[in-house]
Design a protein around this ligand. Structure first.
Ligand SMILES: *Cc1c(COP(=O)(O)O)cnc(C)c1O
Length: 396
């Protein structure tokens, strides 16, 4: 199967891409848990180090199990190549470190993962990189923020946890006109629901920890794009900086991808059922945000840009005390910072994932004190609905 160009559908690719069988003819990927690879002679070592002969050297540089995961993720994202990383943040930080330099200007969506904001503000500024934050859906804002030294647009769509979206094709076009690289965090959609590379993004970053694993087991990440960027600067960065994905985690993620299509379909169906039930019950105590609801201000864009509405939905309660009380009454949903697990998870972003973002900025980004984020799992949908309903403030 050729990377990037394939006649197979998503589910077939998820099962067959990146398959490497050894002489033992195993039908499920073997795990190469080794830190280094031996050479048959000193001369061979020199040849492999010197790029005269192909081969593995050391698992910080390459590893067959990690490579299998990289190929599979690249094919699903319809990109030419992928480098895997130890976590989603390792992928994001790597993209910033490798592609930006002192004096460059980065435009960041205001609605991104809390650690992404922290990395930008605490580390990139240390190296003389200028940053502006703009509203994700504010096209004029992106346009106005462009300076002669702007090198990168960075965004998530839908954003974590606000579920705001960007018109990726329009933003991709704007980036192209100004020679700016657009980097999209595709964690919420997964390649099943959206392929930003086909809409003008230069790179896609993933936290594989979320839906790609899908069962809350391991950390991992990946960066997908064309061969020139990935096998050039990004691979060199990985080799030197070292945030390598472990072969064991790569194996777990590779197997996780085999069921991604099925799982995402069920996450979407369950989230829709829960969102509708919450919407029908809407009263003064809560508002529901879900891209699949017509009440979502960007429902039209979601229909046009995404192949499904995802597994994350949010509830806006009146304040932090009510949000905590609601979460504490839940019996099925677990309170945890993760998302994309097979189980239903619930988080209070203002006090956890976005706690280090100053309150004023949180409010501007749409993360209120009463916001509760659900990652809807694969349980029977009615059980999730019943759990949420019995915990709503109006019931208690
Ligand atoms: C979790 C998450 C990340 C960070 O990924 P880790 O694997 O936890 O490092 C980045 N972006 C989004 C949207 C996330 O949800």
């Amino acid at each position: 199967m050729e990377n990037g160009k394939t006649r197979y559908g998503k589910n077939t690719r998820a099962l067959h891409a990146g398959l490497h069988a050894s002489d033992a003819r195993e039908n499920s990927l073997a795990m190469h848990v080794t830190s280094s690879f031996f050479f048959n002679s000193a001369g061979q070592a020199a040849a492999v180090f010197g790029d005269e002969e192909e081969g593995n050297i050391y698992s910080r540089f390459s590893n067959p199990t990690v490579e299998a995961f990289e190929q599979r993720l690249a094919e699903l994202e319809e990109g030419e190549a992928c480098v895997a990383t130890a976590s989603g943040m390792a992928a994001i930080f790597g993209v910033f470190m490798q592609l930006l330099q002192q004096g460059d200007h980065l435009i960041l969506s205001r609605s991104v993962f809390g650690s992404t904001i922290n990395v930008a503000k605490n580390y990139l500024t240390k190296f003389g990189i200028q940053i502006d934050f703009v509203g994700l859906a504010d096209m004029d804002g992106w346009r106005r923020a462009i300076r002669p030294n702007t090198k990168m647009f960075y965004l998530e769509s839908p954003a974590n946890p606000t579920l705001e979206m960007a018109d990726l094709a329009a933003l991709g076009q704007l980036a192209k006109e100004h020679g700016i690289k657009m980097v999209v965090d595709n964690v919420f959609c997964t390649p099943i629901l959206q392929n930003p590379l086909n809409l003008g993004a230069h790179l896609v970053v993933h936290s594989a920890t979320k839906y790609l694993d899908g069962q809350g087991r391991v950390l991992g990440g990946g960066i997908v794009g064309d061969v020139e960027l990935i096998e050039g600067p990004m691979r060199t960065y990985m080799r030197n900086a070292g945030p390598a994905l472990s072969p064991f985690n790569a194996w777990v993620l590779y197997k996780g991808l085999e069921t991604l299509g099925l799982r995402v379909e069920r996450h979407c169906a369950n989230a829709m059922q829960v969102a509708q039930a919450l919407f029908e019950r809407a009263d003064t105590t809560h508002k529901v945000r879900y891209p699949g609801l017509e009440s979502h201000p960007q429902h039209g864009l979601a229909c046009q840009q995404m192949r499904g509405f995802g597994g994350v939905l949010c509830l806006d309660l009146e304040d932090r005390a009510r949000a905590y009380a609601f979460m504490d009454r839940l019996q099925l949903a677990t309170i945890t910072a993760n998302l994309g697990d097979s189980k239903t998870l619930v988080t209070h972003p203002a006090s956890t994932t976005h706690a280090r973002v100053p309150q004023k900025e949180r409010i501007e980004a749409g993360i209120g004190e009463g916001l509760v984020r659900f990652s809807i799992g694969l349980e029977d949908a009615q059980d999730i609905v019943d759990d949420l309903m019995q915990a709503l403030p109006s019931v208690a």
